[in-house]
Design a protein around this ligand. Structure first.
Ligand SMILES: Cc1cc2nc3c(=O)[nH]c(=O)nc-3n(C[C@H](O)[C@H](O)[C@H](O)COP(=O)(O)OP(=O)(O)OC[C@H]3O[C@@H](n4cnc5c(N)ncnc54)[C@H](O)[C@@H]3O)c2cc1C
Ligand code: SF4
Length: 344
């Protein structure tokens, strides 16, 4: 018998799960709160580790969706899910209610709000920008005039903004901002060949395939400097340049350097849009606040709620490749669960 599978979130994880489930006999429905699918991927320019075009990757993901199944509903923010007679009742903020046999949460992540790190002057000094805004500049292919007439010469990249930071309330490592910092530093050098780029890091987490090689390339082929030091403060001087104070943790010495532009590498935080859903279901969260799976090792896509599954970055920071692989695993678990339910 055909069932209804609701996927909450049409980002890369939601799209991949829909592609895997779309050829099943079940009705697949994606509920996306924005007016288009693609999640964060639609904001990126080139992707680590191989500088693939993010737009092309998104188009490829969308192309694999079977025709007519999934059905996609845009501007559909899921605000609540309730358990009812062995099914799940999905409530939209527009007041609509949908009965589902299985629900996949693929609600993704939020970026850390840089305003919270007041000492970095984001929102006060216009030449302090975020990694998110830098992607937009790469997409447009130019830099705003306030950044030294669009040609910043000396650029600092600050790692761990809002991650591994007790004061910011986030102890977790966001996993992807180190490699994003390496990728963006290389792109800066490609766009601005006369610039020099300095990355201030606490530790470098090059955990994925080809990440370490890209880090080596950044130093050897693009002359990017990596300084092991936590930035304590950024201040603007009278000429509009930015003074960065840090402690070089290798030499133990405090240091001050002046830059034309500072890029804050934002950490990944739990999606606030998921909070009302998890509260309505009493779904547990990890220490970092992401949605908690039934078992970290052997049931990473299942939850303690029958019929409710997780995929992608709603459960932890993941790269695109990891999010996609995770979504396929979740789709497989859903089909398996629906079969079991039918046999019982
Ligand atoms: C700065 C930065 C750069 C990155 N660059 C790369 C890169 O170069 N290469 C790489 O491999 N990875 C990169 N990543 C990681 C990549 O963006 C993620 O792996 C990917 O976006 C995760 O997909 P997702 O579907 O889990 O989440 P998201 O992309 O966040 O998508 C979630 C979707 O769910 C929707 N949604 C949320 N809540 C609701 C709700 N309540 N109701 C309905 N819809 C909802 C959202 O609108 C969104 O469309 C980067 C991450 C960051 C932070
Ligand atoms: S990945 Fe790197 S920049 Fe991001 S939180 Fe971890 S150590 Fe910091």
């Amino acid at each position: 018998m055909n069932k209804t599978i609701v996927i909450v979130g049409g980002g890369p994880a939601g799209l991949e799960a829909a592609a895997a489930l779309g050829s099943s006999p079940h009705h697949v429905l994606i509920l996306e709160k924005e007016h288009e699918t693609g999640g964060k991927l639609k904001n990126w320019h080139h992707l680590f580790p191989n500088f693939a075009d993010a737009f092309e990757i998104l188009k490829s993901l969308e192309k694999t969706l079977p025709l007519n199944n999934p059905e996609v509903k845009y501007d559909s923010n899921v605000c609540k899910i309730e358990q009812m007679d062995g099914k799940l009742l999905v409530l939209l903020n527009k007041g609509e209610k949908i009965n589902a046999d299985a629900v996949l949460l693929a609600t993704g992540f939020d970026l850390f709000d840089a305003h919270k790190k007041e000492e970095y002057g984001y929102g006060i000094y216009k030449n302090v920008v975020t990694s998110f805004e830098l992607e937009e500049m790469f997409k447009i292919g130019s830099f705003p005039d306030h950044l030294k007439d669009g040609m910043p010469k000396k650029i600092a990249m600050v790692h761990c903004v809002g991650s591994r930071d007790k004061k910011a309330g986030n102890l977790h490592c966001s996993k992807l901002c180190c490699i994003t910092g390496v990728k963006q530093a290389i792109e800066l050098r490609k766009h601005l060949p006369n610039s020099s780029v300095y990355n201030f890091y606490m530790d470098l987490r090059m955990y994925g395939q080809h990440f370490e090689e890209l880090y080596q390339e950044a130093q050897e082929d693009y002359g990017i400097t990596f300084i092991r030091g936590r930035v304590s403060e950024i201040a603007e001087n009278s000429e509009g340049s930015l003074q960065v104070k840090a402690e070089d943790t290798l030499s133990g010495r405090p240091m001050k350097m002046v830059f034309d532009m500072v890029v804050l590498l934002l950490g990944m935080t739990p999606a606030s849009s998921t909070t009302p859903i998890s509260v309505s279901l009493g779904l547990p969260r990890t220490n970092a606040g992401f949605l908690s799976p039934l078992h970290q090792h052997i049931a990473a896509n299942e939850t303690c709620i029958p019929g409710l599954f997780l995929a992608g970055t709603c459960r932890e920071p993941l790269s695109l490749q990891e999010s996609i692989t995770d979504a396929r695993a979740a789709a497989f678990k859903i089909i398996e669960w629906l079969k079991l339910k039918d046999n019982n």
